[in-house]
Ligand binder design. Structure first.
Ligand code: DQA
Length: 150
């Protein structure tokens, strides 16, 4: 198969999904979400890479490494969403589709979560649909890539 490669990026504390605040984030683990995302990716002939890190610099480096290699990025940047300008800059330098993803709806939560510094450099945002968001985000990237191929 010679389909496009897409990077799924998971930020800080998402490694704790399944145990972390299940009333907000659900009981599925990050591995469960990656598997669901990968199944949708495969249906669309997309190779899905996944990286999780609690370090801002690792996420910046993963985005840089995706340049010229991946056609799209789906990013749940966790709390970095709200203040990590280095991630916004790295995404800005990435030439492809970028989808911001959240399990919860940050706009319906504490005021400090209402700002996303990465939203302005993303094609769009999927938030508030729990684990379904992983599948929706991959579908969005697949559709955007199909559109650009036309
Ligand atoms: C989150 C929302 C963020 O505000 C929070 O810091 C997270 C998870 C989400 O997926 O709902 O770590 O990105």
């Amino acid at each position: 198969m010679s389909g496009p490669r897409v990077l799924l990026l998971s930020g800080p504390n998402l490694n704790l999904l399944g145990e972390r605040e299940p009333a907000i984030y659900g009981t599925a683990t990050l591995d469960d979400h990656v598997a669901a995302a990968r199944a949708v990716a495969e249906e669309h002939g997309i190779f899905l890479d996944h990286t999780q890190s609690n370090r801002e610099s690792d996420l910046v480096e993963a985005i840089q490494a995706a340049r010229g290699r991946c056609r799209g990025i789906v990013i749940n940047a966790g709390a970095f969403t709200h203040y990590a300008w280095s991630i916004a800059d790295a995404l800005s330098a990435f030439d492809g589709v970028v989808v911001e993803l959240h399990l919860s709806n940050p706009n319906a939560r504490e005021p400090w979560r209402h700002t996303s510094v990465i939203a302005p450099v993303c094609q769009g945002t999927i938030a508030g649909f729990g684990g379904l968001g992983y599948q929706l985000a991959i579908l969005a990237v697949a559709r955007m890539l199909e559109k650009t191929a036309l």
